[in-house]
Design a protein around this ligand. Sequence first.
Ligand code: DOR
Ligand code: ZN
Length: 433
Amino acid sequence: MSILIQNGRIIDPVTGLDEKSDILIEGDTIRKVAPNLPVPEQAEIIDAQNCIVTAGLMDMHVHLREPGYEAQEDIESGSLAAAHGGFTAVACMANTNPVVDNAAVVRAILLRAAEAGHCRVYPIGSITKGLEGKELAEIGDMVEAGIKAVSDDGKPVKDSSVMRNGLLYAKALGIPVISHCEDSDLSTGGSMNEGYYSTALGLRGIPAAAEEIMVARDCILAEATGAKLHIAHVSTAGSVRIIREAKARGVCVTCEAAPHHFSLTDENLVGYDTNLKVNPPLRSKSDVEAVIEGLQDGTIDVIASDHAPHTREAKEVEFDYAPFGISGIETELALVVTNLIQPGYLDWMQALKKLSVAPAEILGIPLSGIREGSRADLTVLDPNLERKVDVNLFKSKGKNSPFNGRVLKGWATATIYGGKLTAGKAWNKQHKS
Ligand code: DOR
Ligand code: ZN
């Protein structure tokens, strides 16, 4: 079966191409990229008029919850949600049960993901056994089994000596360490950002310093070891500044921001909606401004959702007792378009780079982009499509979105993974001469 994508504006951050063209896909391969291609017999047609066609998007920070927490999400539902969000690849975190700390779990995830077939799934192994922060996990074995990075995400690696050893091992194995930066002595018991609103709402705060201390520590360890460090979910102005300075000194550090951290502030918590409870927490207006500045000047390399699905029952409790996390992969692209591109903070090429090329580079995954002979992993998006977020339409089991009911602009209309339509519609047209 072939697919013809007609009349789209191709914006490909891999090749730098920005032009109007058709794309013909045969099997799993891009066969032709040229305007006004003839319609082959039995082709499926995607009308991309007024749409953007780009290299398949990658989200390097999601929680798929399998094995162990399948009531929240599983690989089938999470990877289908990714496809519906416009993604052809995700990297999934290790805080499952059992933890991804050995090769057997890595292989099981890869197998389940291949069976599901909705997108590429790159497992991330843990840094420490059982995420306990004490003994290193079987990192070498896991690299052989296919992990692209290690991370104890969800928990910090508190012991600096363990973190340093993790960095040294990862360096020897050629993979990055993704750090969840949180000083747990400062954050424990907190459920939102420490500041005016935590005082007003009577909730225990998590200070910006809890994040920044660990960002600084890990930049120092990355500099000392020469290892590749990637900081997850940067949320404060101080973190952005520390990373900017470290980069300027030549430290091998990259980082990401999540859509909720450039779209919402701690002021939004006045209704005590537990869907806004996330770690790191939603910060102040000046932090959001700094995150946007970091995205603009390249300090923040990547946009990643930190997709963290939870059950309704778990979230329907008092704020203090609710788990941290936002189900984010199906609103990610629309939040980028609505809150970064529409206001003019980022242009398309910049934004799409942070959603494909940059995470791929960090994880060491080669991308060949939109050219003849490349693998057909593509995302078609309509920048003007307005749609109200409805969590009941999510493919994710996690309905915990604070954006439910909001109208956002700019959605994926078709996702093609290995030449297969994994989300969106195409229509069949017999060739008319
Ligand atoms: O909000 C969060 N949820 N932050 C994390 O670091 C972990 C994640 C989860 O696993 O639910
Ligand atoms: Zn996470």
